[in-house]
Each structure stands twice: as structure tokens, then as C-alpha cells.
Ligand binder design. Sequence first.
Ligand SMILES: [Zn+2]
Length: 136
Amino acid sequence: MTSLPKPLPAPDPATSEYWEGAKQGELRLPKCRDCGKFHFYPRTLCPHCGSVNLEWKNCSGRGVVYSYTVVHRAPSPAFEADVPYVVAVIALEEGPHLMSSIINVPADRVRVGENVRVTFRSAGSGDEMLPMFELG
Ligand SMILES: [Zn+2]
């Protein structure tokens, strides 16, 4: 049976800065120069005020677990070695919520409201890196 590989980042003009930051160990988010708010996912208009006057900023990489689930059944054979793993919504200090994984901790240790910090894990080939989170 052929096993599909894990999906890799697919940068496009709206997300390339995000993925380039990840390669350099930086969590970058778009910030509006007009209203001063961050947003995620990356897009061409500020979702808060509609401005196109956006810039990319490095973020603290800190936040709290807003919600999470523990995946026990791999969605494809490529993930079988990873189960159980935690998929979480992280509420970043800068405001946006970001879906990612919490790694380097047993799944039953994760709780809503726990502090987390970003870390980066290889996407499996090439130099692509994925932002993930650790407790602490
Ligand atoms: Zn704005």
C-alpha cells in the first residue's frame, strides 16, 4: 500500500513571510499599520478595519492553550508513529489564535489555559519548519 507523506508547507504570496520566518525560528504574523492589531491567518486585508496597510512582525511565540484535542487514530499512515498527539488552538499574546500541535509532553498533561511557547520542528524534508508549541 502506498502511503501519502505528511503535507508540507505550500507558501504563496500571502503566506511566504510566515513560512520564511519559521525556517529562521521566528513566528511572524501580519500586523495592521492603521489599527495596530495582529491577525492570523495571513490575508491581504486587515480583518479588523479593512486596511491593506499591513506589515509582518516577529511575535513573542508565547500564548495559552485555548482549546485542544488528542488524536488517537492517525488520519493517514504517515501519522501512525505520532499518535497520540495533541492538536491545539493557541491564543497568542498578540491576540490571534493559531492551530498547531503541542509537542514534547504526554498528551494527558495538556490543559486549557496552560502557558505555551513556540518551537519549530522539521517538516520532514528540505528546510521547511513547522511552528509547534511546548508547555512552559
Ligand atoms: Zn486594521
